[in-house]
Ligand binder design. Sequence first.
Ligand code: SF4
Ligand code: SF4
Length: 374
Amino acid sequence: MFDEHIRAFRTCQTCPSLCQSVCPVFINDGIKTHSPQGLMQLFNLVRKNKLDFNESIATEPYHCTGCRACTELCEHNIDVGSVMQSARNEAYRQELAPKEINSFVERFHRHNNPFSRDLVKKLKNMLPKRYFNPNNSIVYFPSCSTVAKCPEIIKDTFSLFDKFQIDFVSLFADPIHCCGYPLLSCGAAYDFVDLAEINYHALKNYKTIITGCPVCAHVLKNIYAKYDFNLSRQVVTVNQFLKPYFQDMNYKIKKKVRSKVIFHDPCYLARYMDEYELPREMISRVSGYEAQEFHDNRKNCGCCGQGAAYPIVERERANQITKNRLEECYEKKAKLLISQCPICLYKMREQSNKLVIKDVISYLNDCIEETSSS
Ligand code: SF4
Ligand code: SF4
């Protein structure tokens, strides 16, 4: 078991464990086993058959948000998150996963999304029929978290498209709006592959697939390809899609725009999709101001604590990490936090009543009045 990670285990074993200083889980709970090195040591013992892979041990890989903060800091580029993903796959496969995970997967299957609700109806009521034109070759994949928890992002995206005279993008109205990331994070690898296959066939004929959710962007673009469901060429983030419109179009900025903003890099937009400057450039272009920065930003950005399946098994601790992340906003007297991941956004909103928290696209839409061709 875990032999494909031998190099990683050996490297971590002899390391001074500097990466524990950036691990959101370890910083918050202080439990040595939950540090990147602690997790690696544990599963190295399992690999060597010195420790039983029992129910108690099988809970441990869920103590990783997959944020990649450790990998970014690691001189050897060790991907602890991937090793923990393998361990979660094994835990689920051997029916040793925590009971919260099994109930979550069961709930997921009711409507193929983690909210266990029919999201199509909600989506179809959100925008007029003209946004669902099945003949367009470019499609916007809305993401289940966005539909369920931050639906204003979808409305704001299409409002911004209208302002840029983009009338050739359809909203993807298939019954499934989840890329499968929650299943994958739980370790339900076979269930994930089934869902990926369905999504692949529903999406493969589109020329371009735009998504405003960085988790969906990473999963559709990078993970599906590993299972031969290759959508890599077609998938773009909404920022990448809009970039030329910001350069080539004339648009009017509203007079009063909020300047005291702070930008939070979501782990998936930053470390997984490698998109650091584009959202910042867009924000400063429409507001005329640079967004404030967290002390840990860009490649070293702090995690909101809600990644992978960690909040399923450790809800309170995950929420505490989110609260800790928000402290810096209060210290810096920011009034508006801008980010670009529906999970970060809705979890941060749940944990703060002092801040206005918005998606990049909503902010751009707020600031831009109208456009005309140059
Ligand atoms: S991930 Fe890198 S820095 Fe962290 S313990 Fe392993 S080898 Fe050391
Ligand atoms: S990926 Fe993030 S949460 Fe997981 S061990 Fe590394 S720093 Fe900790």
